[in-house]
Ligand binder design. Structure first.
Ligand code: GLU
Length: 430
């Protein structure tokens, strides 16, 4: 007989007090809601997720044993359109984190004004220790468990931390098998061969590069010669670093879970990517100095791009940050308590719900192309992404100037105003 084990969160109390991501989100939401004098009834509606699903996922492991994983999907708000948001596979996933990420997706889609609500999914697992077969069975079981929720008009997943095109292909296939016909638009971030969009893989990093360029231009500076430090070397960080370097920035630091690298004169990003591909991690790269992760964010630079996980910039290290501009490639990398410290230092922060919105923007393009059955060239995708990112930066900046607040509160205010407007128009169905 096979043994059945429950995978439990190894550190389930990791978000205590001021680091609970949902509380982080809500504390900014509250400031924006009071600036907007949000109707108290609507306030109550918008601070609650519409739907939260927890599923137990039995998976046959390669050893023949059965493991039971826990998965979540939260649909935060769907007033503006189908729920949209990625799925992450990580040991650190919690319901509060998924709920915060789903709320951020709602605000993010509203900031860039694409017709989606927000959702997020997560499975507590250690994907790096699982075989491709185990990951496939986990993904298919998760998809099947959520079959009543997913759909091109209801909830459309995408990649997030530790999920990729391969995982999206399994989701699309599982969903299509249940529906008895191929449904490409149920998921975005798919391989190009099966309805993916040109430019989607690079989109979040490209959006970050555009935001760095716009932020520097607003401060009367340029990307050319600006020193950049990038935390996280996954899909977002490595591509943002590559594009920033192509635009003339000097990437002086990069890091991943294995540690950081620093070279005052600039790293050759493509060379570091080649090293990481050969050695799995950036650590050990010979043409740079190693830096401990605790010291990495306070390295001297003009632009800091956190592109890893939540709560990296906190009240413990914010005062020591040297960058003039922060571009939040990750979701929630700055704890709410650090906002004020950064404001006092005059750091210009392009918040996550704007800075990393390039990914979901091209997800929107992918969904449109799938539904049309007509595909755009990479030039068209990039040009439309550029237009949306530049316009959204301007809208957030205008909102922050109007209310005399930082860019983060400007972005929340813009997003909540747009979501609230639709709620008012639709009215309440009771
Ligand atoms: N996971 C990405 C994000 O946090 C992309 C979401 C999507 O494309 O739906 O924005």
């Amino acid at each position: 007989m096979t043994e059945t084990k429950q995978i439990i969160h190894p550190d389930k109390d990791r978000f205590l007090g001021d680091e609970n991501p949902f509380e982080q989100m809500m504390s900014r939401f509250d400031v924006a809601a009071s600036l907007l004098k949000l109707d108290p009834g609507l306030y109550k509606v918008l601070r609650n997720p519409e739907k939260q699903v927890i599923v137990s996922l039995p998976v046959m492991m390669d050893s023949g044993e059965t493991e039971v994983f826990t998965g979540y999907r939260v649909l935060y708000n769907t007033s503006r359109g189908p729920a949209k948001g990625g799925i992450r596979f990580d040991l650190g996933v919690t319901l509060d984190e998924v709920r915060a990420l789903a709320a951020w997706m709602t605000w993010k889609c509203a900031v860039v004004n694409i017709p989606f609500g927000g959702s997020k999914g997560g499975v507590i697992c250690d994907p790096l220790s699982m075989s491709p077969g185990e990951l496939e069975r986990l993904t298919r079981r998760y998809t099947a468990s959520l079959i009543a929720i997913l759909g091109p008009d209801s909830d459309v997943p995408a990649p997030d931390v530790n999920t990729n095109e391969r995982v999206m292909a399994w989701i699309m296939d599982t969903y299509s098998m249940h529906k008895r016909h191929t449904v490409t638009s149920v998921v975005t971030g798919k391989p190009l061969e099966m309805g993916g969009s040109a430019g989607r893989r690079e989109a979040t990093g490209r959006g970050c590069m555009i935001m760095a360029r716009e932020a520097l231009a607003h401060l009367g500076r340029s990307l050319k010669g600006s020193k950049v430090v990038v935390q996280g070397f996954g899909n977002v960080g490595s591509i943002a670093a590559q594009l920033l370097q192509q635009e003339g920035a000097v990437v002086v630091g990069v890091s991943d879970v294995s540690g950081g690298l620093y070279r005052e004169g600039g790293l050759d990003v493509n060379d570091v990517i080649a090293w990481r591909e050969a050695h799995r991690y950036v650590a050990g790269y010979p043409k740079a100095d190693p830096v401990k992760n605790e010291e990495f964010l306070t390295l001297p630079c003009d632009v800091l791009l956190p592109a890893a996980l939540e709560n990296q910039i906190t009240k413990r290290n914010a005062a020591d940050i040297k960058a003039k501009v922060i571009i939040e490639g990750a979701n929630g990398p700055t704890a709410a308590a650090a906002d004020e410290i950064l404001d006092r230092k005059g750091v210009f922060v392009v918040p996550d719900i704007l800075a990393n919105a390039g990914g979901v923007t091209v997800s929107y393009f992918e969904w449109v192309q799938d539904r049309d059955g007509y595909f755009w060239t990479e030039e068209v995708v990039n040009q439309r992404l550029e237009e949306i990112m530049v316009r959204s930066f301007r809208h957030v900046l205008e909102m922050s100037q109007k209310h005399q607040v930082n860019m983060r509160i400007g972005a929340y205010t813009l997003a909540i105003q747009r979501v609230a407007a639709v709620h008012k128009l639709r009215g309440m169905y009771a």
